[in-house]
Design a binder for this molecule. Structure first.
Ligand SMILES: Nc1nc2c(ncn2[C@@H]2O[C@H](COP(=O)(O)OP(=O)(O)OP(=O)(O)O)[C@@H](O)[C@H]2O)c(=O)[nH]1
Length: 707
């Protein structure tokens, strides 16, 4: 805007214009610009057509009226003052003004004034007015647009600069300035007025070797041979990795041409891309390491099923590449028998409808992927992705081996069950506690018990009295099952007598085997068979072999065996005391001779019976030969043995043998000896008792003597 004060200080040039009325009128009427003459008070003295047209008034409406009519009310006072100061002091008055035309429309005018003196000698102002509204608006719009461009540029996070065709930086935005300031003072090198091309050609300008390539391409754009290009480059800082995308483009339809360079940070994008790439790589590794094949399939709203992903494992399963498997779903279906296809599709539809996992086992036949049918397990999770559209992600696993094992196991289990049920041997399973968990029918039959009566019982149950072959108790903790559970070792061929609830005694041969699960001893089973007949036969044979057939007493060999065993026991435990007794019939020859040999035999049986009756079951009554007998008295002192012998002697004496009608008196001579651990052998004790017995013979017989 012109400075009114300055304008008014200018010297008045009114005297320099020799105007006459006619000349002035002609000038005003024909001038292409608006011209008016305004007197000191502000009244129009003259207006030309162009002036009237500019403001939209007729000349009659203006002449005689104040020129302030074309100003907005708030401008009128200062405008009038300037007008009057101009005329009173004299000067040029020019500048741009905002005025208002008759329609109230705002106009921008350029005016220039000169002071002229009229014929009456009064000073008037002659003003030339040019409508510059359009130009002003255009300039304003341009300025506005420029400001907008700059503010937009400043608002952008991209670093932007505008170059001229020589590469000189005309404008940079705020981000550019800030980045330049924050990165090693490059503001001096790439600020406004600097040549950006020169900057790019410096080593380490903003990137590495890519900078030269960038500069070359920029040169092409500057020369107009390339419209635009973009290049991504790393520009890492101490704070971390950074990447930028530089975009260069040449403006079109703008003169002179401008080149816009924008550097966008794509670090975040790059990091996300990098993370995605890593994730995808991990997923690929995972997919490759998963046995079988990962897959993803899409069920369209139309019901169409499309495989959209397969991991490379599909090649092993179907002999197809992942691409082929995705592209040709039918190739997969062709590998399935019809019933599997239908079952598979039905279960898939159910999973999609319910949102539940899709699980199915199918048998496939893939000639390309090796011989024989395969059993594949499908497991997938559905996820709705849109109305009626569902994606299922899952895994296909070859479970043929497992299936075969299951089938084999099933067959084996069935075989075992049949075997278990029908085998003649009894089989009983014991838990680690010893409790019976299973028993086969043979076991029930052998033990005369129902399954219910057996389950839960242990060898410690009082109802199970077990004995050894020698008649001694078989402790429950030594039961083969308990032995196997305790030691983890199998126990073989143990003979066990079982006193059954009904009272009978059966003999079993028992084997026990520990069973392990994952290295832990969890149970044991016993198998047994009835060997009662065998044992009885054996016992009979033994009895026969060890028994004197006439009297039923132990024969000499058996008696000596028992004496030997007792001697061994005494040697092991010298604190114990056992005795051996020798008993010889007195004058037996006379009985034979007097009553006959049969009567002698009867006497021998009679004495044996009395010996049996006078001793304990664990004592051994033996016939050593002829009319000589012996007793083995375990855990018996010499005193006790003497009492027993005396009682026996008396009983024999007082109970003569009745043979037919004959009473045959019998007496015996008895010798006693302790079995000493210090003896060199078992026979020594017998020898001492013999000597004691012979001593009695020598002293009249029918007596007892201790060695
Ligand atoms: N009836 C019978 N007699 C037998 C048997 N074995 C041996 N004898 C007889 O037993 C008799 C034993 O006689 P001796 O050795 O002289 O003894 P003893 O007559 O009892 O005289 P002392 O022993 O001195 O009192 C013999 O006559 C044998 O024949 C047998 O199994 N049955």
């Amino acid at each position: 805007m012109p400075n009114p004060d300055q304008d008014l200080q200018a010297p008045c040039a009114a005297g320099a214009f020799p105007l006459t009325g006619a000349w002035l009128d002609a000038l005003i009427q024909h001038a292409p610009v608006g011209i008016a003459v305004i007197d000191l008070s502000g009244k129009y003295l003259s207006v030309n057509p162009a002036y009237c047209e500019l403001y939209g008034y007729r000349a009659a409406e203006m002449l005689g009226n104040s020129f302030l009519m074309v100003f907005a009310p708030e401008q009128r006072e200062p405008v009038l003052q300037r007008h009057q100061r101009f005329l009173s002091k004299g000067s040029e008055l020019k500048g741009e003004w905002d005025v208002v035309n008759r329609d109230g429309k705002l106009l921008r005018v350029l005016s220039e004034s000169v002071a002229v003196r009229g014929a009456d000698g009064q000073m008037s102002r002659l003003v030339y007015v040019l409508d510059i509204t359009a130009r002003s608006r255009a300039e304003h719009a341009k300025e506005e647009s420029r400001r907008q461009v700059l503010s937009v540029m400043d608002a952008l996070t991209a670093h932007i600069c505008v170059l001229d065709e020589q590469g000189v930086i005309i404008k940079v935005n705020r981000a550019w300035r800030e980045f330049a300031a924050a990165n090693g003072g490059s503001a001096e090198l790439c600020g406004e007025g600097k040549n950006y091309l020169d900057f790019c050609r410096q080593p380490l300008a903003f990137a590495d070797a890519g900078a030269l390539e960038f500069a070359d391409k920029l040169t092409e754009v500057l020369a107009g041979r390339l419209q635009s290009f973009q290049v991504e480059y790393p520009c890492h800082s101490v704070q971390g990795p950074r990447w930028f995308l530089a975009r260069v483009s040449r403006t079109q339809d703008v003169e002179p041409p401008r080149i816009v360079v924008a550097h966008d940070s794509v670090t975040e994008l790059k990091l996300v891309q990098e993370a995605l790439r890593r994730q995808e790589a991990e997923l690929r590794d995972l997919a490759a390491s998963v046995p079988g094949a990962l897959f993803r399939l899409l069920v369209r709203p139309s019901g169409k099923i499309e495989f959209v992903y397969f991991s490379p494992g599909v090649r092993d399963l179907f002999g197809l590449s992942p691409e082929k498997a995705c592209g040709d779903g039918r190739a997969l279906l062709r590998c399935m028998a019809r019933e599997y296809r239908e079952a598979c599709e039905a279960s898939l539809r159910r999973a999609v409808a319910s949102g539940q996992a899709w699980e199915q086992e199918v048998e496939v036949w893939v000639p390309e992927a090796g011989a024989g049918p395969k059993c594949l397990q499908i497991k997938a999770t559905p996820k709705l992705t849109g109305p009626g559209e569902c994606v299922l992600t899952g895994v296909l696993t070859d479970v043929s081996a497992r299936k075969q094992a299951e089938t084999a196991l099933k067959a084996s289990t069935e075989s075992f069950r049949i075997f278990f049920e029908t085998m003649p041997q009894g089989v009983v399973y014991h838990a680690a506690s010893g409790q019976i968990t299973a028993a086969n029918p043979a076991a029930c039959a052998l033990l005369r018990l129902s399954l219910d009566q057996m389950l839960g019982k242990t060898p410690f149950d009082p109802g199970w009295r077990a004995i050894r072959e020698d008649g001694s108790d078989f402790p429950a903790e030594q039961h083969p099952a308990m032995e196997a559970l305790r030691t983890g070792q199998p126990v073989r061929q143990v003979v066990m007598g079982l006193c059954l609830p009904e009272g009978s005694l059966i003999w079993l041969q028992v084997n026990a085997t520990p069973l392990f699960k994952q290295g832990l001893l969890t149970e044991a089973y016993t198998s047994f068979e009835d060997i009662t007949e065998l044992i009885r036969t054996r016992q009979e044979l033994h009895r026969q072999a060890s028994t004197d057939h006439l009297t039923g007493a132990a024969n000499r060999r058996h008696f000596m065996e028992r004496l030997q065993a007792e001697y061994g026991r005494i040697q092991r435990r010298p604190e114990l005391c056992s005795c051996v007794v020798t008993l010889d019939l007195d004058h037996f020859k006379k009985i034979n001779d007097g009553f006959g040999h049969a009567a002698g035999d009867a006497v021998l049986r009679h004495v044996t019976l009395l010996m049996r009756l006078g001793t304990r079951p664990l004592d051994v009554v033996g016939r050593l030969g002829g009319e000589e007998f012996a007793l083995l008295l375990p855990d018996t002192s010499c005193e006790d043995a003497q009492v027993l012998a005396e009682r026996l002697r008396l009983r024999i004496e007082q109970n003569p043998v009745q043979y037919r009608q004959t009473i045959i008196p019998v007496t015996v001579s008895i010798g006693i000896s302790a079995i000493l651990s210090s003896d060199a052998n078992a026979e020594l004790a017998l020898s001492r008792s013999d000597q004691a017995m012979y001593a009695i013979k020598e002293h009249g017989r029918n007596g007892v003597s201790i060695a």
